[in-house]
Design a protein around this ligand. Structure first.
Ligand SMILES: O=C[C@H](O)COP(=O)(O)O
Length: 270
């Protein structure tokens, strides 16, 4: 199966910016406007390389208003959702609320949710299903910690997470899924997994999706790499054939840096 060869992509690349717990609702508007202007100046072709941002929940209404008002071709989504639809779940956010705000995507199972909030694969599996129930595309995050990487069992570990998190999906849902491989040891540390590491895992994930759901799902699912991605490191990672995009944390808070990650990919694809 071919994915990206000489700049031709079988799947639309996705460059996603996870703002984490940064940017209040006022700062969010400034950042998004700057990003939109920078990409507009660069004549970015959004049909060729998709751009999405993941602001905190409190920013989403403002983001929706700006995107709709200025007709911005930038997608957005929540950083998490509840596995439940509604009810007595203090502090949680329903996928229905995200859908009502015209979110396209939602992050599920980010390593910070797994470690800080103790989310299990069962919960993450329920959240992936809840996303589909509400018409959101889940960006499922998987990846190993440093000890597992050092033990050399990172592929096995990550595929076990994947299997648990996608259990019970249909082949059609799996074909729409986005999976972000984020080695925990590379998140916010400045340590970037090499392009070869990203490709190794993305190829393994694609093969596993094929084994579970069939070839069509494997060909449709988009696989991202995340972990200390900067403009300087993005191009080489995005040049790997099974890597369909990047999930960017820190560097997405700087409009110019994030835009150059997006633009480099656009140029590579041209
Ligand atoms: O969701 C994004 C990842 O956690 C990567 O974050 P980072 O680019 O700051 O390392």
């Amino acid at each position: 199966m071919t994915t990206s060869t000489n700049g031709t992509f079988d799947r639309t690349p996705l460059i996603a910016g996870n703002w984490k717990m940064n940017m209040d609702h006022v700062q969010a508007i400034t950042l998004l406007q700057k990003l939109a202007w920078t990409l507009d100046d660069a004549k970015h072709d959004f049909g060729r390389v998709e751009v999405a941002v993941f602001p905190p929940f409190t920013d989403l209404r403002g983001v929706q208003t700006l995107v709709a008002g200025d007709d911005l071709p930038i997608a957005y989504g929540g950083q998490d959702l509840s596995q439940f639809d509604s009810g007595a779940y203090t502090g949680d956010i329903s996928g229905a609320f995200l859908a009502k705000l015209a979110c396209k995507y939602v992050l599920v199972g980010h390593s910070e949710r797994r470690t800080i909030h103790g989310e299990s694969d069962d919960v993450i599996n329920a959240k992936v299903k809840a996303a589909f129930t509400h018409g959101l595309v889940p960006i499922l995050c998987v990846g190993e910690g440093l000890e597992i990487r050092q033990a050399g069992t990172h592929v096995e570990h990550t595929l076990a997470q994947l299997r648990a998190d996608v259990a019970g999906l249909t082949a059609e849902q799996a074909a729409q899924l986005v999976v972000a491989y984020e080695p925990v040891w590379a998140i916010g540390t400045g340590e970037v997994a090499g392009p070869g590491d990203a490709q190794e895992m993305c190829a393994a994930i694609r093969a596993e999706v094929g084994t579970i759901f069939g070839d069509e799902s494997a060909a449709g699912a988009r696989l991202l790499y995340g972990g200390s991605v900067k403009a300087a490191s993005a191009a080489a990672i995005l040049g790997e054939k099974d890597v369909d995009g990047v999930l960017v944390g820190g560097a997405s808070l700087d409009a110019a840096e994030f835009a150059s990650i997006v633009r480099f990919e656009s140029h590579a694809a041209a």
